[in-house]
Design a protein. Structure first.
Lengths: 151, 235
């Protein structure tokens, strides 16, 4: 009975982890990049919009988390609980860490491009590469979720 | 890493290279206004460090001479007792090592055949080594400071600008080393300020201003002096 309950709890943790961890990471990443955008606005006289837009980039991680949650969402049984927990938690941790480091990349891009606007596009590359790794985790979470029994 | 330091660092313009800027990228007034974002405790530690770091490296003139070596050393002692931030301690230690080494070279250059015994003149773990190797051209520090031979040579030739340039370059490289991994934290702010201070001091070196200042000091020293010969001619 206890084992059944534990497995059920783990399964539900796995279903909700991508959203929760992705949202936490996105909040931290957007805070870091947003503070950099505010700082840059003190120094420049135009181009505020692109700084604010760039600072919102880490929010994509919470969207990935929501999609993974919808894919994993099903009745939790002892048979599928392990799979739900493994995929959900690992995908969530990936989104969290990616969002924080993407926020740092965005902050650096903002700090650099405020003085040299011509490098704005190139300065986005590190943040885009981090996004790429998160997309790997996202896509393969969807693929792996297809193998988890529905009940 | 505090978000307030992300905003602060992002609001500061790049300083460029040390000897290239004709003036700092940000004025002192503007910089002080931006530093209001610092946490009060960090601000206090930073002010204590600036009090020591802002002392001149080479010249006898200026604040260092007015306050005296003993006061500066007592100030440094108090700093190490009060401030525990590793980077600030490292910066001040490095600067005091440089000052102690240059002070020894200068004393020897002006003919002192042994280290002073009756006064505080240096700081740090290098002091016993320097005192033991006082008459060695490199003060026994060639392994620790590969630049010391060049510094001694510049001093022998009384090329004080060249010596200052060498020391500024050393500090700049030390800051480069310390800056690794610090982009948006308190350490990054400290390193930025240390760099800004170097750029500001270097860009303020101006022969015309120095000559004008020398004239002012001369006039103040002579007081209301009247040339009797000139008066005689007037009669």
């Amino acid at each position: 009975m206890n084992d059944h309950l534990s497995l059920t709890v783990l399964g539900w943790i796995g279903i909700y982890a991508p959203v929760a961890l992705g949202a936490i990471g996105a909040a931290v990443g957007c805070t870091i990049a947003g503070q950099a955008a505010i700082g840059a606005m003190l120094e420049v006289n135009s181009g505020y919009g692109r700084f604010v837009g760039l600072s919102a980039l880490p929010s994509s991680m919470s969207i990935y988390g929501i999609v993974v949650m919808f894919i994993l969402n099903r009745s939790v049984t002892p048979i599928n609980a392990g799979g739900l927990f493994g995929i959900g938690v690992l995908a969530g941790v990936t989104f969290l860490v990616s969002a924080v480091y993407q926020g740092l990349c965005c902050a650096s891009a903002i700090a650099a491009s405020k003085s040299k606007p011509e490098i704005f596009g190139l300065a986005l590359a590190p943040a885009a590469i981090v996004e790429g790794f998160a997309v790997f985790a996202f896509v393969f979470a969807l693929v792996a979720a297809g193998g988890i029994p529905a009940t | 890493m505090s978000p307030r330091y992300t905003a602060l660092m992002a609001s500061l313009p790049p300083l460029g290279r040390l000897f290239e800027a004709r003036e700092p990228a940000i004025s002192r007034l503007k910089l002080q206004s931006r530093l209001s974002l610092l946490h009060p405790a960090d601000r206090h530690s930073l002010d204590r460090a600036i009090g020591i770091l802002s002392q001149g490296l080479v010249g006898d003139a200026g604040a260092a001479a007015v306050r005296g070596d003993a006061l500066l050393l007592a100030d440094a002692q108090r700093f190490f007792e009060e401030v525990h931030h590793p980077l600030l301690r490292q910066l001040v230690r490095h600067r005091l090592d440089l000052r102690t080494t240059i002070a020894a070279l200068r004393r020897r250059h002006r003919g002192e055949l042994e280290p002073p015994h009756d006064q505080a003149w240096g700081f740090g773990p290098l002091l016993p080594t320097i005192e033991r190797h006082w008459l060695d051209p490199n003060l026994g520090l060639a392994g620790v400071f590969p630049w010391i031979g060049e510094a001694a040579h510049l001093l022998e030739n009384t090329d004080l600008i060249g010596l200052e340039r060498l020391l500024f370059g050393l500090i700049w490289r030390e800051l480069d080393r310390l800056a690794l991994g610090h982009n948006f934290d308190f350490e990054a702010v400290v390193i930025y300020l240390a760099r800004w201070s170097l750029v500001e001091r270097w860009s303020n070196y101006d022969a015309a201003t120095a000559a004008a200042r020398f004239g002012q000091l001369l006039a103040a020293g002579l007081g209301p002096f009247r040339d009797p010969l000139a008066l005689g001619l007037a009669r």
